[in-house]
Design a protein around this ligand. Structure first.
Ligand code: URA
Length: 436
């Protein structure tokens, strides 16, 4: 006789009929799925019922806690300030976009103010790049750290960007793989609980969410992005993590690069006090939010970029993981230029098209096991709001494998819109701030 407290068909029926699951039913569902008692096809049906009918705040919160409880939690309370107090921790999560290299300058920048930044990151899949893939273009840099090495690095240089261990929210790993092949990735309760279970298990005190909106993002419109942001802020708050979200524009790529080594180089420009205005603006804004959450209110992050304090932390952080911050970065063997077809103002440069082109050039992977090319990607020579002349270079495509140019160029066919009458204001970057 079964000793299970519930059965999967009953749980599926409740969500199919727009009912509410009890805390006990949710705990059992996540636990039974992790143990293999709920079959894949049953969980797929439940995910689809959740996608169609939603979950309320209490259900999403309990679902997230159950996923956290499926694995280990990290604890940074042993980190101390020079005065012996518990060191504040702050982390940022981006829902992913094209040219989104912000973690690279942001982690050392925030650490320069005495806040510890444990930035556990992932690899890219599809058209959005992965932070670890970018950093791995630095000769010698190692993404995998033991927990002891991570703690040592946090106490010595204040910032670490490394691969998230497999022990955090293992239920999410299994569930995400199933959602990926059953058309249920897009359910907002499931996205929010997936992201937040990993971030809460990571043990940060403050979390700033960068929820991207637009063609290059997961969320294509502001309404869905706002709902996702509100749900995640609610989950963080319920779990005792100081959480705020910014909705930011991903209609066009961030900065002037989408790839791996070229994004590292652009990040180093920002750390040297230069770099594209949009990358600087978002880095500084996110740093202010992280520092305020961690209790540092009088900080001037722009000054720490200009005077080299953030760069000093970057050098330490890269060297601590075996990387050589002074080494030349890999360069793609082949390049091809795309020229402006008309005269006027560049009003659109579509993020998704550029992301897909960079991916097809070899900067991203189609399957988890694929290798990425360090030098591949797209370099932009103009951004929305810029005046362009006919025949001026708009983008340079970079790859080691020139047979990839054709498919990348196809992706870019209607990426750029040039208008005689266009506005020169460009596009607004930070759209909204969401907090409770
Ligand atoms: N990223 C995650 O970690 N989970 C999701 O469900 C979607 C994006």
């Amino acid at each position: 006789m079964s000793t299970e407290h519930f059965d999967a068909v009953e749980i599926i029926g409740i969500k199919r009929d727009r009912g509410t699951l009890s805390p006990e039913q949710i705990d059992w569902t996540i636990d039974a799925y992790t143990r293999g008692v709920i079959a894949e096809e049953q969980m797929a049906a439940l995910n689809m019922a959740i996608l169609l009918n939603g979950m309320d705040r209490a259900e999403i919160s309990r679902w997230t806690t159950a996923m956290i409880n499926s694995g280990e939690r990290m604890d940074f309370s042993s980190l101390r300030t020079p005065a012996g107090a518990v060191k504040p921790t702050a982390d940022k999560h981006s829902t992913g976009g094209v040219g989104d290299k912000i973690t690279l300058p942001l982690a050392p920048l925030v650490a320069a103010f005495g806040v510890a930044v444990p930035q556990l990151s992932g690899r890219g899949l599809g058209h959005t790049g992965g932070t670890l893939d970018k950093l791995e273009s630095i000769p010698g840099w190692n993404a995998s750290l033991s927990t002891a090495a991570l703690m040592d690095q946090l106490s010595e240089c204040g910032a670490v960007i490394c691969a998230a261990g497999t022990g955090l929210a293992p239920a999410d790993k299994k569930l995400y793989a199933l959602r990926d092949v059953t058309g249920t990735v897009e359910a907002i309760p499931l996205i929010a609980s997936s992201i937040m279970s990993k971030k809460i298990a990571e043990g940060t005190g403050t979390l700033v969410l960068d929820v991207k909106v637009g063609s290059g993002a997961f969320m294509k419109n502001e309404q869905d992005a706002r709902e996702l942001a509100r749900t995640m802020v609610g989950l963080g708050t319920d779990a005792g993590v100081k959480t705020v979200a910014l909705l930011t524009n991903m209609a066009t790529p961030l900065g002037l690069t989408a790839g791996n080594a070229i994004e590292v180089a652009e990040s180093v420009d920002v750390l040297a006090g230069g770099g594209p205005a949009d990358v600087v603006e978002l880095t500084v804004k996110l740093a202010q939010e992280m520092l305020a959450g961690a209790g540092v209110h009088d900080a001037d992050p722009a000054a720490a970029l200009a005077d080299g304090r953030a760069m000093d932390v970057w050098h330490k952080m890269i060297s601590a993981q075996g990387g050589d911050p002074a080494a030349a970065l890999p360069v793609a063997r082949e390049s091809e230029t795309v020229y402006a077809q008309a005269e006027g103002v560049l009003t659109e440069l579509d993020a998704l098209s550029v992301g897909v082109a960079a991916w097809r050039l070899g900067a991203g992977r189609a399957r988890r096991q694929d290798e990425v090319q360090a030098g591949a990607g797209v370099r932009l020579h103009a951004k929305p709001g810029d005046v362009v002349r006919r025949g001026q270079p708009l983008m340079t495509l970079l790859t080691d494998t020139p047979e990839k140019f054709g498919r990348a160029l196809e992706a870019l066919e209607s990426a750029a819109v040039i208008s005689a009458e266009g506005s020169r204001n460009g596009q607004r970057l930070i759209l909204e701030r969401i907090a409770e």
